[in-house]
Ligand binder design. Structure first.
Ligand code: PLP
Length: 447
C-alpha cells in the first residue's frame, strides 16, 4: 500500500527510541533484526520483505477470529462515528457496554454474573484481587487478604498480577511486591515430579497445594486464582477432577475462586471457555485477549451475584477511564458474532486432533523433543537442549529458523528445555497446521 515505504523506513531507523516489549531489538536479536510485520490476513502475517508467515503465537493467544477482518473493521469504524468514547462515570452508561455484559452473562461459567470491563488481562486480575479482599472485609473478615496461586502460572505483569504469577523471572528485582501473594503446587502431567514420569496424574499436586493453604491458615485466605489450563513453560491440562476438588475446597474454607480465562477464553482450548472442560464455576472470572480477538484491547471481570451483593449499598471505589470503551464493546460484539456464525470453537476442537497428529509425527523425527501437550489449538513442545553450549543462542537460532521457514511461534527457555508454544488463530486450516508444524520440526532438527 501507499504507506508501506514510510512504515518500512520508520521500522528501520527509529529503534533508538523504541522498546519492543522491553527488548532492544538490535541488541537482543542481532542476527534476526529487523523483522517488522506490516499487514496480516486470516492466520498469516506479512513482513516488510513480503515474507508470509503463519502466526502461531506472536499474537500471544489473543487472535482467535484471524487477522484483518473487514467486518470487524467496518463495525469499529461505525462505532467511532456513532460514539467513540464516554466514561462510565457519574451515573452515565451506554448501551454498547450494557449489551455486551448481557450477552456475556448468558455464556460464562459464573452464577448470575455482573460485569466490569478493563483494558487487559493484568488489569482484570488486579480488579479481581481488589474485589476479593473487599468482599471479605465487608463481611467482617478483614484478616482474609492472602491470594493463593500456583507455581507455573501467569496472571500478568502489573504489580499484583506479577505477585500472583508463579514464574520467578517476572518478579525478580521489582520488589517490594504487594504482600500476601503465595504460590503452591500446580498440576503438570508428566512433568510435575509429584506423580513420577508417567502422564497418569494422581493429583498429588492438589494435596500439596491444599497443604500450602492449610499451612497459611485458610481463614486468612481471600481467594485462590487458577487458569483452567496454564501455559508458562508447558501447557498444563489438569486431571478432570482437579477443579471439582478445588471448588469444594474453596467452598469448605469460605475462599473465593478466581478463574483466569485470559488465555483460554473464547475458544482457544476447543470449548468456548477453558472452565467448560472441568465444569467449574468461578466466584470471579477474568477475561481479555480473545474477547476482542486483539482488534481493540479489552478485558472483563465477571462477578457472581453472591459476591456482588456485598457491594450493593456502597460500591467498590475503582476508577478506570477506558472501562467499557464503546469501540472495544463493539469489537467484542463483532468478534462474538463471527465466532458463533463461523463455528470457530467447534473448528478449534476438530483441529486439536490434527495438531496432535502433526506434533507427534514431528516428535518421531526429532529425538530431542521430550514432551508434547495439546488442547484445542493450544500446544507446547519441549525439546532437550542440555547439549547446547549457549542455550540462549539456541533459542534465538530456532526462532530465526522457524521464521525463515515461514512460522512465527513462541520459543522460550526453561533451564535445559526449549519450549515452543504453537497456538494459531482459530481460523487455521488443516493444511496450515501441517506446514506450520513441519516448519517447527525443521527448526528443531537443525540444532
Ligand atoms: N492471565 C493469563 C492466563 C495470561 O495468559 C495473560 C497474558 O498472557 C494475562 C493474564 C495478562 O494479560 P495481559 O497481557 O493482557 O495483561
Amino acid at each position: 500500500t501507499d504507506c508501506q515505504p514510510s512504515l518500512r523506513d520508520r521500522a528501520r531507523h527509529s529503534l533508538r527510541h523504541f522498546l519492543a516489549d522491553f527488548t532492544q531489538l538490535e541488541r537482543e536479536y542481532p542476527h534476526t533484526y529487523p523483522k517488522s510485520i506490516l499487514r496480516a490476513e486470516g492466520a498469516y502475517v506479512y513482513d516488510e520483505a513480503g515474507h508470509r508467515l503463519l502466526d502461531a503465537g506472536t499474537h500471544l493467544g489473543a487472535c482467535q477470529i484471524g487477522h484483518g477482518s473487514a467486518e470487524v473493521a467496518e463495525r469499529i469504524a461505525r462505532q467511532v462515528k456513532r460514539l467513540e468514547f464516554i466514561a462510565l462515570d457519574g451515573g452515565i452508561s451506554h448501551p454498547y457496554a450494557v449489551a455486551l455484559a448481557q450477552r456475556l452473562a448468558g455464556m460464562v461459567l459464573c452464577d448470575d454474573p455482573i460485569f466490569s470491563f478493563t483494558n487487559s488481562g493484568s488489569e482484570s486480575n488486579e480488579l479481581a484481587f481488589k474485589i476479593a479482599r473487599q468482599y471479605h472485609r465487608r463481611r467482617g473478615q478483614p484478616q482474609r487478604v492472602k491470594i493463593l496461586s500456583r507455581v507455573g502460572s501467569y496472571h500478568g505483569s502489573t504489580y499484583a498480577a506479577a505477585a500472583a504469577t508463579g514464574v520467578a523471572a517476572f518478579k525478580e528485582g521489582f520488589g517490594p511486591l504487594p504482600e500476601g501473594f503465595i504460590q503452591g503446587a500446580q498440576p503438570s502431567p508428566g512433568r510435575c515430579g509429584q506423580c513420577g514420569p508417567s502422564d497418569a496424574c494422581s493429583m498429588a499436586c492438589f494435596d500439596a497445594f491444599s497443604r500450602t493453604v492449610e499451612n497459611e491458615g485458610p481463614a486468612t485466605v481471600a481467594a485462590i486464582i487458577a487458569e483452567p489450563v496454564a501455559i508458562p513453560q508447558a501447557v498444563k491440562v489438569p486431571h478432570p477432577e482437579y477443579f471439582t476438588r478445588l471448588r469444594k475446597f474453596c467452598d469448605h474454607h469460605g475462599i473465593l475462586l478466581i478463574i483466569d480465562e485470559v488465555v483460554c477464553g473464547f475458544g482457544r482450548t476447543g470449548k468456548m471457555f477453558g472452565a467448560e472442560h472441568f465444569g467449574v464455576r468461578g466466584d470471579i472470572v477474568t477475561y481479555a485477549k480473545g474477547l476482542t480477538s486483539g482488534y481493540v484491547p479489552m478485558g472483563a471481570v465477571a462477578v457472581s451475584r453472591r459476591v456482588e451483593e456485598v457491594f450493593k449499598d456502597s460500591p467498590l471505589l475503582h476508577l478506570n477511564t477506558y472501562a467499557g470503551h464503546p469501540v472495544a464493546c463493539e469489537a467484542a460484539m463483532a468478534v462474538l458474532d463471527i465466532t458463533e456464525r463461523d463455528g470457530l470453537v467447534a473448528h478449534a476442537a476438530r483441529m486439536q486432533a490434527v495438531l496432535r497428529r502433526e506434533l507427534e509425527r514431528m516428535q518421531a523425527g526429532v529425538p530431542r523433543v521430550r514432551h508434547l501437550c495439546v488442547i484445542g489449538l493450544l500446544s507446547s513442545t519441549l525439546a532437550d537442549i542440555s547439549d547446547q553450549a549457549d542455550p540462549d543462542a539456541t533459542v534465538r537460532k530456532v526462532r530465526k529458523l522457524a521464521y525463515d521457514h515461514g512460522l512465527l511461534v513462541r520459543i522460550s527457555r526453561d533451564g535445559a528445555l526449549l519450549g515452543a508454544h504453537f497456538y494459531p488463530p482459530l481460523v487455521v486450516s488443516e493444511a496450515d497446521i501441517v506446514s506450520g508444524v513441519k516448519a517447527l520440526g525443521q527448526a528443531l532438527e537443525a540444532i
